[in-house]
Design a protein around this ligand. Sequence first.
Ligand code: UT7
Length: 329
Amino acid sequence: MKAAITATANYLPPDILTNHELELMLETNDEWIRSRTGISERRILKDPTKATSYMCGEVARQLLEKREIGADEIEVIIVATMTPDMLFPSTACIAQSIIGATNAWAFDVNAACSGFLYALNIAARLIESGAHKKVMVIGADKMSSVIDYTDRSTAILFGDGAGGVIVEPAKEEGYGILDVRLYSDGTNGKDRLLMSGGGSLHPATHETIDQKMHSIRQDGRQVFKAAVTSMADVATEIMSRNNLTGDDVDYLVPHQANQRIIDATGERMGINAGKVVSNVARYGNTTAGTIPICLAELDEEQKLHTGSNLVLVSFGAGYTWGGIYIKWQ
Ligand code: UT7
């Protein structure tokens, strides 16, 4: 028995942070940001009383409405995030309480930008094993909470947002989540993209704050190189394992980090640009949110039909990366 996505939803906070506004805060410019990243603006969850769980709640409520089911029917909630409301309890438990999904068990997955694909794979296995029938998977990040807005190498890249899906048994054989390849490489990745403060190694102190250890740091060039290679490799691996040509793929749904990485992946797959989903110009990199946000937009635009072949690929901190092949049911 395969698992299939039966509902999609996303939530983007209404406040927009444009490149021109960043020009006033940092030594950067709109032309540089657009040509190097493809990003024009990103969304920011400005209300300080609202965090990642708020966006999860907004997504979860829409998912229930679209699927026309009650919160009590959800058996598992998995939230992929690297910006949880707090270290514990999990953001998934907080989201559970927001929607009143009293029959669910809930937990978070932290695989940074690959979090949604990791979580979707876990959901698919829970369905395939017969253990569960309705799993909610949400990817959500309030990246503005961990950005140092004096660091131009990261401040321009990230935004806040969330997306999610409901996963259930596929109605028919040959449809649903058909193949998954997931990878991690801590040896090469663990020091390249990180937030070192606030965990058990460097608990918060005045010193960790002074050294800005509670914000993201990255070696952009190294991460860029690894992302281009890994995303293209896993995308072509998924295609060859499933005998898919560029013509067979209806949509590549890539993690939205940088338009140049997205374009390179599409080119390696040999698919035309119109099949490569991109909204990085509008939202920047929302980390675990990017892929489910794209899926919900495709769905909203009625571009997903029975039999559509989707290849989802991601790359992020860890390093973590992966690909998932879905035949839409
Ligand atoms: O989701 C996974 C997580 N992250 C990523 O995937 C990000 C991967 N990396 C990237 O997307 C790119 O490496 C960046 C967008 C971060 C940087 O682009 P780049 O083409 O790799 O630029 P660079 O770091 O090589 O910097 C080129 C120049 C440098 O100046 P010099 O040394 O050539 O004089 C930088 O100081 O651009 C300068 N620069 C900037 N200039 C204006 C760096 N950031 C900025 C900026 N505005 N924001």
